[in-house]
Write a protein that binds this ligand. Structure first.
Ligand code: ZN
Length: 298
């Protein structure tokens, strides 16, 4: 497909769903104009890029999340490291979605989607179940490098570069918000969730990558990790909350270990010697996650 054709296709998908957006500057409603941009009623204009994503940031952002990091994360995802986690989230969504059978479209936002592999995998898994209605996937991240990769590989979802504290969506537009290993903005999540919708937040649990933690942090007081304060904060924002722990072990070869090291903030302050130690041979690492579900009853 040529660039023009793919922009046109993306503009069509955006214009079908343009009502979910609102201008991050003035809050005005948005429309797709000339198949080239999203424009608000006050003429704030956001171009559709040639890769098919929309940049809705009104300032440029610098993050630690660069292209190398997203490539590492994609490669780790491709190795199956997150598979049991993603499967657990998908199974839960399928249970939740069954009662919605009659409805036409379910809107799923991944807030902090990075390079988009979790959203793409979940969406394609959901698509295999005939009981699940149509799903619109929307991925948002402040890091443009991640969104560029996501848009190139998964053109059937909508991808936006945007700031979670000024998210470019109208109120109550999403049935589910995924927030996987990424920061939260609970007041925005509450605003964006439809009545009866749910936030699905994934956080590391105490044994997550404990092998790396032991190697990098023994003697520093950071050998152990607790997510108690995150769970408490989550519970304060939702009346109805449920949790699920997903724990498993994965063997990674030296190349995959390199990608894991590049991906995880755990290693950002580790010494080159400590990192060097673990790149000699394959290694078994622990994946340990807590899945938090919070329903918007209002
Ligand atoms: Zn505006």
């Amino acid at each position: 497909m040529s660039n023009n054709e793919s922009i046109l296709k993306k503009a069509q998908l955006l214009s079908i769903h343009e009502k979910i957006f609102r201008c991050p500057i003035c809050g005005g409603s948005m429309k797709v104009e000339r198949s080239a941009s999203l424009e608000c009623e006050n003429r704030h204009c956001y171009d559709i890029s040639k890769q098919g994503y929309v940049n809705l940031l009104n300032h440029s952002s610098r993050t630690k999340y660069d292209k190398a990091l997203f490539e590492a994360r994609r490669s780790i995802s491709g190795s199956g490291f997150f598979e049991p986690l993603v499967e657990a989230v998908t199974s839960r969504l399928i249970q939740e979605l069954k009662p919605r059978e009659s409805e036409k479209l379910v809107r799923l936002l991944d807030a902090g989607c990075g390079e988009g592999s979790h959203l793409s995998t979940i969406r394609s898994k959901l698509g295999k179940y005939s009981v699940v209605p149509d799903v619109l996937g929307v991925g948002m991240d402040i890091a443009k490098e991640g969104i560029v990769m996501a848009a190139k590989t998964s053109p059937d979802s909508l991808w936006c570069v945007a700031d979670l504290s000024q998210s470019p969506f109208a109120d109550r537009q999403f049935d589910y918000i995924l927030n996987i290993l990424s920061p939260s903005n609970y007041s925005e999540f509450r605003r964006l969730l439809a009545r009866g919708g749910a936030l699905v937040k994934v956080i590391p649990h105490s044994l997550y990558l404990q092998e790396l933690r032991t190697l990098f942090y023994t003697g520093t007081g950071k050998e152990t990790y607790s997510n108690d304060s995150t769970i408490e904060l989550f519970s304060r924002h939702f009346e109805q909350v449920d949790t699920e722990r997903v724990q498993y072990r994965v063997v990674l070869d030296t190349d995959q270990m390199k990608q894991l090291i590049r991906m995880t903030p755990l290693s950002w302050n580790a010494s080159p010697e400590a990192i060097g130690q673990i790149l000699d041979e394959e290694m078994e690492v622990t994946a340990d996650f807590m899945l938090l579900y919070g329903w918007n009853e209002e």
